[in-house]
Design a protein around this ligand. Structure first.
Ligand code: MF3
Ligand code: CO
Length: 261
């Protein structure tokens, strides 16, 4: 069952997603060689609380932290730890969720730690571009397959592979709602998009093979060939005409300045 949101509900989703955006920007200030992902989690927890909200991931299906931090070959759902110290040349996907006023925000950004090899920066750039290509198709009257096709086409044309096991989702009163939003698909296929649908689009794109394996912790996924993976996510509302992006990378990119991808 796909829940259509009223204009008022969409504004509440925007409030949660704007707190996510600002939390990610706080973390952007700290991401550098020597910082642990456990430290990032603590800062996120405090910042979300200070904004009168609750971390949306904490306790979700037993998930133990407020953010997911997935380093290099880790794809998504990496668990922050004081033992994981970021080093020069790493990439780290930070996925953050916030719950406030009965609605969830959900957004992710992959950061560079110090100087990162050009070929890995290109993977990040292409993944972020593909997210916006997908959002470009997220318009009333188009279909879910149009979004997936746009993402897949953009990334595969550049020689990257699209993760299949993990996908985007509806977002609202629940973190994960119908419909499923794959990052692959065929034009004109799948559920028709209607004004008031709110979805999280989150391409996970690999440098090498598309297959994943789970780490022993039961949460973290990594690429089977241990080549790097990138992940960017926005929560959006479908409208007649252009999609309304409820989360934002603007605060992050202000912090990163000319170092932004
Ligand atoms: N954006 C992630 C997703 O939709 C959030 C995972 S939350 C977790 O899969 F609690 F499961 F980690
Ligand atoms: Co999500």
């Amino acid at each position: 069952m796909i829940f259509l949101k009223s204009d008022e509900e969409i504004e509440l989703l925007r409030i949660s997603n704007q707190i996510v955006a600002k939390t990610l920007a706080e973390l952007a200030k700290l991401i550098q060689p020597g910082v642990s992902t456990g430290q990032l989690d603590k800062v996120a927890y405090e910042f979300i609380k200070d904004n009168g909200a609750v971390p949306g991931f904490l306790g979700y299906s037993g998930y133990p932290k407020s953010i997911c931090t997935s380093v290099n070959e880790q794809v998504v759902h990496g668990i922050p730890s004081d033992e994981v110290i970021l080093k020069e040349g790493d990439i780290v996907s930070v996925d953050c969720g916030v719950y406030k006023n009965g609605f969830h925000g959900d957004s992710a950004y992959t950061f560079c730690v110090g100087e990162v090899k050009p070929e890995i920066r290109n993977l990040l750039l292409t993944t972020k571009e593909s997210l916006y290509k997908g959002i470009g198709e997220a318009v009333e009257g188009k279909r879910l397959g149009d979004i997936g096709f746009a993402i897949q086409n953009h990334c595969e044309t550049k020689g990257y592979s699209v993760v299949r096991e993990m996908i985007g989702h509806g977002v609202g009163r629940h973190l994960h709602e119908a419909p499923e939003v794959p990052n692959y698909g065929r034009k004109g296929n799948g559920v028709m998009l209607k004004s008031g649908m709110t979805i999280a689009i989150e391409p996970m794109i690999n440098m090498g093979k598309r297959q994943l394996v789970f780490e022993k912790d039961g949460w973290t996924t990594r690429t089977i060939d241990r080549l790097p993976s990138a992940h960017f996510e926005h929560s959006i509302a479908i409208r007649h005409g252009k999609a309304d992006i409820l989360s934002s990378f603007e605060y992050i990119e202000q912090v990163l300045g000319n170092k932004a991808i």
